[in-house]
Design a protein around this ligand. Structure first.
Ligand code: CA
Length: 232
């Protein structure tokens, strides 16, 4: 598990406890204490998930969440609200304003990690270590291993992430720009044709088993991973 998680929490002890637990689980963590700090961090990078405290010193977490939900760039980031309020109407407000999940303090680290994993599976499956098995292709993110019809496939780091990313969203078309954002991070300057070069390398590595045909070029749009039966 190698997901980027942004913690927005003003209580130092809680913030440190959260960060320690998430880091131990293999996440890449960044912690901030205020809404302006969170906004600055989000301008710099896109986390895979945000843990957002309800009551912050200068503003409410709900306000920040509404902002994130109304911005194209941050709209899809899973958000888990953290709060010490347990009133049902607060929970409803939190979920209504766009939280994907809601946890009332105190909670166990184990429960939090389970809820984070559930959100990542749903919204960012490419960041989980779940084994992906489709049409004789087996992608093991934890071991960084790929086999095609039982034969090992050797891929560069970018090609590995590219195949993993495409394979967890079968049938979905991604533009070169979207692939750049997802695989290199947004704000990173890479040219579109770099994507094409990596797609070429990926197809070449998958050609011996015939799995290269699963990666389709969609003219004028981008690339798509199609599920199909590959005869070994
Ligand atoms: Ca607080």
């Amino acid at each position: 598990m190698n997901s980027g998680i942004l913690i927005v929490e003003d209580e130092p002890i809680t913030q440190r406890m959260l960060a320690a637990n998430l880091e131990r689980a293999g996440h890449q963590v960044r912690s901030v204490s205020t809404v302006p700090e969170a906004e600055a961090a989000l301008n710099e990078y896109l986390p895979d998930l945000v843990l957002l405290d309800w009551v912050l010193p200068d503003a409410t977490g709900v306000g920040l969440m509404r902002k994130l939900r109304s911005n194209q760039r941050t709209r899809e980031i899973p958000i888990i609200m953290l709060t010490s309020r347990a009133r049902e109407c607060d929970m409803v407000t939190g979920l209504d304003s766009g939280a994907d999940d809601y946890m009332t303090k105190p909670f166990s680290a184990r429960e939090l990690l389970a809820r984070i994993k559930a959100q990542l599976r749903r919204r960012a499956p490419q960041t989980t270590d779940d084994l992906v098995e489709v049409s004789g292709l087996r992608i093991d993110p934890a071991m960084k291993r790929i086999t095609a019809s039982g034969q090992g496939v050797s891929l560069g780091a970018i090609e590995f992430r590219m195949l993993h990313f495409l394979a967890v969203y079968p049938g979905r078309v991604f533009s070169r720009e979207q692939l750049l954002d997802k695989l290199w991070g947004d704000h990173v300057f890479v040219q579109d044709r770099t994507v094409d070069a990596h797609i070429r390398a990926l197809r070449q590595a998958l050609r011996p088993s015939g799995h290269d045909t699963m990666i389709e070029t969609v003219r004028g749009e981008g690339y798509c991973f199609r599920l199909k039966t590959i005869q070994p």
